[in-house]
Design a protein around this ligand. Structure first.
Ligand SMILES: [Zn+2]
Length: 148
């Protein structure tokens, strides 16, 4: 096989004005559109993320932990979501596309995971503090048989 039969592929890294770096694949000197598509997807996701951020911040008080409380399918590609602000109790119902609903769900799940993690840490810290207090009480002879 001669060299000219094998397409030459090459990846070049490009820095965009925004400071983001993208990799563009060149096949035989022609830019392959895959990288372009990748960039487009990233930008669509950024726009989606903006929609979700807007959705999850309260129009009344600005709190950014608005939670979905009800989900209902709305046609083949939309969801009707009832949202509630945990800070001022404002409620609203909105209709969003599948993609936004999915990101919203993920954001909500992330929030729930963070809460769970915080709770676990707090529980561990409390247990640690209880142990320290018990040890201190034992060392100081502050514990009496009638305490039990
Ligand atoms: Zn609010």
């Amino acid at each position: 096989m001669r060299d000219s039969d094998t397409p030459k592929s090459e990846v070049r890294s490009v820095t965009l004005p925004s400071g983001r770096r993208v990799e563009i694949s060149y096949l035989d000197g022609e830019a392959v559109s895959l990288a372009d598509q990748g960039l487009e997807i990233v930008e669509i996701e950024a726009n989606l993320q903006e929609s979700v951020d807007q959705l999850l911040s309260c129009g009344q008080c600005g709190c950014d932990t608005v939670q979905p409380v009800e989900w209902d399918g709305y046609g083949p590609r939309h969801w009707k979501i009832e949202l509630r602000c945990p800070n001022c109790e404002a409620r609203c119902t909105t209709i969003v596309e599948d993609d936004v609903a999915e990101l919203c769900d993920r954001a909500h799940q992330r929030g729930a995971d963070e809460l769970e993690l915080t709770l676990t840490k707090l529980t561990e810290e409390n247990a640690q503090r209880d142990i320290e207090r018990l040890r201190h009480a034992l060392e100081m002879n502050h514990l009496l048989p009638e305490d039990f």
